[in-house]
Design a protein around this ligand. Sequence first.
Ligand code: GLP
Length: 241
Amino acid sequence: MRVYRATDYYDMSRKAANILSAQVILKPNCVLGLATGSTPLGIYKQLVEWYKKGDIDFSEVTTVNLDEYIGLAGNDVNSYHYFMKQHLWDHVNISPEQTHIPNGTARDANSECLDYERLITRVGGVDMQLLGLGQNGHIGFNEPGTAFDKDTHVAKLSKATIEANERYFAREEDVPRSAITMGIRSIMQSRRILVVASGVKKSEILKRAFFGPVTPSVPASVLQLHNDVTLVGDAEALSLI
Ligand code: GLP
């Protein structure tokens, strides 16, 4: 694992955006695995800026997102689909057919999971997967206790995750209780993984994930077994490492 120490959130975002841009420059028709949450916001902002300056071209890029809430349609402001459009897709030259995210309102969520897994294979697998980190160590919506061999599946959100994500919704009751998420196995099949973390709230879990035992109780700890992981964290997030 490579660790890049950034001074603050802005620096972390720029370093991570540089790594993603390098991937796009080296392989213009690459498959990027994208993530949501507050951590990647600065990265997307930077990528949009560079696109507008003509420094990055998304015309041949394909994207697959990690996860989506069950029950939220793509036009719901709290859906991850909406988030991606708002923060990246609507501002760069990527056509909607090249962007993929699980359908949270599919009539049969389990068959949506199978279809999504087939889609990842069909596009050739993920070249670089961007990952944020839940405070409880989750990646995507793979909550503590999730088996490492799961493909895309329906996941029940833990109490901690519901509470952490509550800030985006009007009321706690509005936070969906389940989601479709790429599984740990799907994530581990990505050729390269880029983890980003910011803030003191992530320091403890970062230490446990990357320097503690590899265990399903800390889902991100599985990343210790991947051979190409880059971690970009700011000073606060890396303060215990
Ligand atoms: C959500 C997402 C994760 C994300 C996590 C952390 O639960 N499903 O993919 O990594 O939140 O979010 P944040 O970056 O806001 O701390």
